[in-house]
Design a binder for this molecule. Structure first.
Ligand code: FAD
Length: 509
């Protein structure tokens, strides 16, 4: 039996652990914090329950597959047996700077087209549908070779897209912004599309046109909630792992990956304990792995590639406990600014700063399990934010451009600013606010070990971005990477897919 140590119990680590155990490996998960889930975390206080990370589940098929494939018995095997999966309808409600609003129904092409025609004017629905048709073709071409299989080297991408017609469909040198311009004339539709670049922490002006698959996936396979909060998905996979006999050690930060010759042979914990392993699977951010845990002589080329990429953006979030309910809010709401490009300049331009007039996402789940009673409501508010880079004297911080989110007074002043922005866009919550929890990119970095609080490791900015994303197999034999900073990318579906890829690379015990 092979001994596998999984470093980190985020969704990638949990999913990989469950799959590897099913393949007959003896699995131990070591986690620096006191619980599982990583970024898929929750906050509970005074009867309010908040998802502090993901609040939208797409492509649940990835987790359906995980539950069925890792079950010990048929009864209680499925995803739906283990969590309360709920379709969210409407999927999204958008408010544009000119005051127009549109509710996009869940998983309905014609419904979406009609809603767009009605809200934005005749023809808008047709333009969006044409874009989604194009996205469907990109999905067909990219899904298996790029998302479901490992990336074994830079030339791999080229080899895999060798068919010229497929290359033309993917348009690797075109940006998401440009493909939007090709299909959409209405600036509001273009804003809707641009926002999907932020699902990979990227700038639509530099992210590849292939990201058009993100709205396609959302619209085709639906937008989902999990009763009680999305973090319940982490609970369910953790329980599946425990049921399979996987051992967990919490409050156990790993400080080093042991390498014997050229092969990974275990890990060292912060208290000096050495844990021997035949295989190490790192679910931690790839930069943290290669910069901090693997000796430079083994990590050099991988680290060099990472340093050549732009880090993904982070998020500034607020958990708001509110008196009363807000009937005109849908489950997922986006309130756009007048100048959306100013947001991307603030995050990826030459001088980074908190976004002065950001697009604001408000998640208002109508879920009785997430509020103390029907007279109160918990709202999750998120705006995109540049990553955290602390003052030069802090040794534990990311290098490169960013904002010092620990600067005195900044986080609370910015929280006030975001509430003011919401009020200016017609959603004034200030009078009804009981309390708020504020989380900056610095807090995200501290909680999850992602340098600067970057949510997705490296961004998709630039045509070379896919080449710079770390592969699942490291340069060190027996050391694998799973999770949002490695191939194929971040977000719950891709992280789940990366676990499947890693389990496939390692194979049965
Ligand atoms: C605010 C926010 C909103 C998001 N919204 C969505 C959404 O709506 N939909 C969606 O699909 N995705 C969303 N995401 C992205 C999604 O959360 C991530 O892509 C995914 O959860 C990442 O999982 P992971 O397994 O890669 O890593 P992580 O969740 O980062 O887990 C890594 C784990 O490793 C541990 N660790 C780190 N260093 C060490 C060490 N040295 N030793 C031991 N353990 C260590 C960490 O504590 C953590 O538990 C969001 C993320 C954030 C932050």
């Amino acid at each position: 039996m092979t001994r596998v140590v999984v470093v980190g119990s985020g969704m990638g680590g949990l999913a990989a652990a469950a799959r590897l155990s099913t393949q007959g490996h003896q699995v131990l998960v070591v986690e620096k914090s006191s619980t599982y889930g990583g970024k898929l975390a929750r906050l509970e206080q005074d009867g309010f329950v908040f998802d502090t990370g993901p609040s939208l589940l797409t492509l649940p098929a990835v987790y359906r597959d995980l539950f069925v494939k890792t079950a010990l018995r048929r009864r209680g095997a499925s995803l739906e047996d283990n969590v309360d999966l709920v379709a969210v309808d409407p999927a999204f409600h958008y408010r544009f700077p000119d005051g127009t609003e549109v509710s996009v129904p869940n998983a309905s092409r014609s419904g979406t087209a009609n809603a767009l025609d009605e809200a934005l004017g005749p023809g808008a629905g047709g333009q969006w549908t044409a874009l989604i048709d194009h996205a469907a073709a990109v999905w067909q071409v990219t899904r298996t070779p790029f998302l479901e299989r490992p990336l074994t080297g830079p030339m791999d991408l080229v080899r895999k897209s060798i068919r010229v017609r497929d290359l033309r469909t993917v348009a690797p040198l075109t940006s998401l912004r440009r493909i939007g311009r090709r299909y959409l004339t209405d600036p509001r539709l273009r804003m809707m599309l641009d926002r999907y670049a932020t699902y990979t922490g990227s700038d639509p002006r530099r992210a590849p046109a292939a990201l058009v698959v993100v709205p396609y996936i959302e619209q085709t396979f639906g937008a989902w909630h999990i009763g009680g909060g999305l973090a319940d998905l982490a609970r369910a996979i953790y329980e599946r792992c425990v049921e399979r006999g996987i051992e967990f050690r919490f409050d156990a930060p790993v400080t080093q990956v042991l390498i014997d010759g050229t092969k990974a042979s275990g890990v060292v914990l912060a208290d000096g304990q050495r844990l021997a392993a035949d295989i190490v699977v790192a679910n931690i951010d790839a930069t943290h792995l290669y910069r901090d845990l693997v000796p430079l002589e083994h990590s050099g080329s991988a680290l060099g590639r990472l340093r050549g990429a732009t880090a993904s953006s982070s998020a500034f979030t607020m958990m708001l406990a509110v008196r009363g309910r807000t009937p005109d809010l849908a489950h997922h709401n986006v309130l756009f600014p007048a100048d959306y490009d100013a947001e991307f300049d603030a995050m990826f331009g030459s001088s980074l700063s908190p976004v002065a007039d950001p697009a604001v996402y408000v998640c208002a789940p109508d879920d009785p399990r997430m509020r103390p009673d029907d007279d109160h409501q918990g709202l999750f508010v998120m705006v995109n934010a540049p990553r955290h880079v602390a003052a030069a004297d802090d040794p534990n911080t990311a290098a490169g451009p960013g904002v010092d989110w620990r600067a005195p007074g900044l986080s609370q002043a910015y929280a006030d600013r975001v509430l003011q922005v919401l009020a200016a866009r017609g959603l004034d919550l200030r009078e009804r606010l009981l309390w708020r929890h504020v989380r900056t990119p610095a807090d995200l970095e501290a909680a999850t070990g992602s340098p600067g609080g970057s949510i997705y490791g490296t961004s998709s900015n630039g045509p070379r971005a896919a080449f710079l994303r770390p592969a699942n197999q490291s340069p060190v034999a027996g050391l694998f990477l799973v999770g949002g900073s490695a191939h194929p990318g971040g977000g719950l579906p891709l992280v789940g897919m990366s676990a499947e890829i890693v389990a496939g690379l390692i194979g049965p015990a």
